[in-house]
Design a protein around this ligand. Sequence first.
Ligand SMILES: [Zn+2]
Length: 279
Amino acid sequence: MKFVARQPADGINVSKTHPLVEASTLVVGLSAIFVLITVALIFLVEIALYFVPAEKEAALFDGWLPDDVLSLAQSDERLIATQDIVDRLAMHWPESPYRFRVEVDDSDAANAMALPGGLIIVTTGLLDQVESENELAFVLGHELGHFKNRDHLRALGRGAVLSLFFAVTTGDDVAGIGINAADITLRGFSRRQESNADAFGLTLVNKEYGHVAESWRLFERWEIQDDSILRFASYLSTHPSADDRIADMKDLARGEGWRLDGAVAPLNWQQKENPATLR
Ligand SMILES: [Zn+2]
């Protein structure tokens, strides 16, 4: 009997399933895996928040600064003045577990952010935009609100979460692991987290000044100046749009019976640069 090798049938490597069905199975499968990983990471942060009390967090991040921040000299008067405002606002939150530390990032993009360990970063771009201490105080009070609700840890980017988790589990300090502010702040906060932070910030401002005058004036100016909006993109990409925000703040102030007008404090560094703007 002679053996005749059978040729494989044509198209043996071609799946009987329609290619579009196969492609969508792949896409759905990969998306499901991606979603699972994301959910797991969010869960990981919640666990970390449970096991890492604010005091531990403060110790872990003591003296830490993100790698991509170009901080001003400690003697810079803008830094000293901003730290002073934060200290005064924080006095109205005596049970705070953080010792707040301000760093000014030399960057034109106006922004302010709350970072682990009680670190508050404001950019020179933001300090150039504010026209009174009261405007700046609200922006800072809002960031304090993120610490109050520990939003700043929930907002950590995925890479930063893993680094933080690694640091916490191994007991290392985080100074050496190299987290960028950009990794952390890209995700921004939810609408609810933002309005909670606004409410807390406004409460602190009212306690400090006895009124909330000019708290939202910066946002009002930003609303009018459409052409320059791009310059402020960093703050606006991580914070809600101004219109709803201002309305909510006014509602809160009226509901609480806070004064909407009062004496506004000038900023020292602006007084020297431009005496004409003295108020
Ligand atoms: Zn915010």
